[in-house]
Write a protein that binds this ligand. Structure first.
Ligand SMILES: *[C@@H]1O[C@H](CO)[C@@H](O)[C@H](O)[C@H]1NC(C)=O
Ligand SMILES: *[C@@H]1O[C@H](CO)[C@@H](O)[C@H](O)[C@H]1NC(C)=O
Ligand SMILES: *[C@@H]1O[C@H](CO)[C@@H](O)[C@H](O)[C@H]1NC(C)=O
Ligand SMILES: *[C@@H]1O[C@H](CO)[C@@H](O)[C@H](O)[C@H]1NC(C)=O
Ligand SMILES: *[C@@H]1O[C@H](CO)[C@@H](O)[C@H](O)[C@H]1NC(C)=O
Ligand SMILES: *[C@@H]1O[C@H](CO)[C@@H](O)[C@H](O)[C@H]1NC(C)=O
Ligand SMILES: *[C@@H]1O[C@H](CO)[C@@H](O)[C@H](O)[C@H]1NC(C)=O
Length: 304
C-alpha cells in the first residue's frame, strides 16, 4: 500500500501545480514577427543570398507591430532562430572556455578550429566558430514619436559574467578575417561585459531557440502601434533558417511555456490513475505480502 500512497501523493501535488502553470502561461502576452523574408527588397526575393552578401545594399528594414493585449513591463525582447543547429557537434566544440575565463590562458586557442589564428598567425580572442557566428541583427523601437529604450544590461546569467568570462580578457583579432561571421566586438570592453556574446555562447540544445536581446521598461496598451527599425544583417538564408523578433511579458514562471504545465498534468494524472488501478487490483486480488513461498530461493530447483 505504500507505493499506492506515494503515487497518490505525487498526483495530488502535481495536478494543481500543472493547472497553476498553465493558467500563468495563459497570462503571458507575446508578439512574434518573422522578418527574414519580409526584409528582403522585392526585386531580390529570388536571390536572397546576393542580397545578404552584398554590403552595398542597405539592410535597414521597418516593421510595424500592433499590440494585441495590454503588456506590463518589463517587456522582454528576444530573437528567435529556427533551423539553426547550435548543437552541431563540430560547432559546439569550437570554443575554448579556459581562454574566456583566465587571462593567463587568453592566448590558448586549442579546439577552436577553424577560427584559431588570423592569417598572420595571431591568436583570436574569443576564438572558435560559436563566437565567430555571433548574431548581429539589431532592433530599435518607437511608439509614435516616443523612443522605447532597450535596456541590454543583465541579459546574461550572473554566474556566467562572474565566473566564465573574465574581467581582464579583451577581444583581440576578432572578426578580422576575410569572411565575417557575425557581430564585431569592441576591443576595449572586457568579455565579462560583452553580454550579447555571453548569451550567445550559452548554446541552445534545440534547433529552434530564443535568446534575450534586452528589456523595455514601458507598459504597452492594447492597439498601440510599435515601429521596429531593424538591421537585417545576419545570414540565415544560406541554410534556410528563419528569424523572428519576439516581444513578450513574463510571469513568475518565465515566458509563455505550456509544456511545463502539461508535463505536470500528465505525470500527476498518470500517478492518480496508477494509484486507483493498484488499489482496485489490491481489492480484487489481494496478494499476501511477505509470504516466503513467493521467494525463489525457497523453492525447489524445478527442472534445472
Ligand atoms: C532593387 O531596387 C532598388 C530600389 O528599390 C535598387 O536600388 C536596386 O539596385 C535594385 N536591385 C536590383 C538587383 O535590381
Ligand atoms: C551589389 O549591389 C549593387 C547595387 O544593387 C550592384 O551594383 C553590385 O553589382 C552588387 N555587387 C555584387 C557583388 O553583386
Ligand atoms: C598573447 O600574445 C600576444 C602576441 O600574439 C602578446 O602580445 C600578448 O602579450 C599575449 N598575452 C598573454 C596574456 O600572454
Ligand atoms: C529617438 O532616437 C533617435 C535615434 O537614436 C534620435 O535621433 C531621436 O532624437 C530620439 N528621439 C527622442 C524623442 O528622444
Ligand atoms: C553580420 O553577419 C553576417 C554573417 O551572418 C556578415 O556577413 C555581415 O557582414 C555582418 N554584418 C555586420 C554589420 O556586422
Ligand atoms: C568601445 O568602448 C569604449 C569604452 O566603452 C567607447 O569609449 C568606444 O566609443 C567604443 N568604440 C566603439 C567603436 O563603439
Ligand atoms: C482596439 O481596437 C479595436 C478595433 O479597432 C477596438 O474594438 C478596441 O476597443 C480597441 N481597444 C482598445 C483598448 O482601445
Amino acid at each position: 500500500m505504500q507505493v499506492v500512497s506515494v503515487f497518490f501523493l505525487v498526483g495530488v501535488v502535481f495536478v494543481p501545480v500543472g493547472v497553476v502553470s498553465l493558467l500563468a502561461a495563459q497570462d503571458v502576452v507575446e508578439i512574434i514577427d518573422r522578418y527574414d523574408h519580409a526584409c528582403v527588397p522585392p526585386n531580390m526575393t529570388d536571390n536572397k543570398l546576393a542580397y545578404i552578401k552584398n554590403d552595398t545594399i542597405s539592410k535597414e528594414c521597418t516593421r510595424i507591430l500592433t499590440v494585441t493585449k495590454e503588456m506590463k513591463q518589463p517587456i522582454y525582447v528576444y530573437y528567435q532562430l529556427d533551423n539553426f543547429y547550435q548543437n552541431h557537434r563540430r560547432y559546439v566544440k569550437s570554443r575554448n572556455d579556459a581562454q574566456l575565463r583566465d587571462y593567463k590562458k587568453s592566448n590558448t586557442t586549442t579546439s577552436c578550429d577553424p577560427e584559431r589564428f588570423t592569417a598572420d598567425g595571431k591568436p583570436i580572442v574569443p576564438c572558435g566558430l560559436i563566437a565567430w557566428s555571433l548574431f548581429n541583427d539589431t532592433y530599435s523601437f518607437t511608439r509614435g514619436k516616443e523612443n522605447l529604450t532597450v535596456n541590454k544590461k543583465d541579459i546574461s546569467w550572473k554566474s556566467d559574467r562572474e565566473h566564465k568570462f573574465a574581467k581582464n580578457v579583451y577581444p583581440s583579432n576578432f572578426q578580422n578575417g576575410a569572411l565575417i561571421g557575425g557581430k564585431k566586438l569592441n576591443s576595449s570592453i572586457p568579455l565579462s561585459e560583452q553580454e550579447d556574446l555571453i548569451v550567445w555562447m550559452r548554446t541552445a540544445a534545440l534547433p529552434t531557440f530564443r535568446k534575450l536581446y534586452g528589456r523595455i521598461y514601458v507598459d504597452l496598451k492594447a492597439n498601440d502601434t510599435i515601429t521596429v527599425r531593424l538591421s537585417n544583417n545576419y545570414n540565415t538564408y544560406s541554410f534556410g533558417g528563419k528569424k523572428k523578433l519576439v516581444l513578450s511579458t513574463a510571469t513568475w514562471l518565465g515566458g509563455k511555456n505550456d509544456f511545463l504545465g502539461f508535463a505536470y498534468l500528465i505525470v500527476g494524472g498518470l500517478c492518480i490513475f496508477l494509484a486507483f488501478a493498484f488499489t482496485l487490483l489490491y481489492l480484487i486480488k489481494p496478494r499476501k505480502l511477505g509470504d516466503h513461498n513467493y521467494l525463489s530461493w525457497n523453492r525447489h530447483p524445478a527442472g534445472r
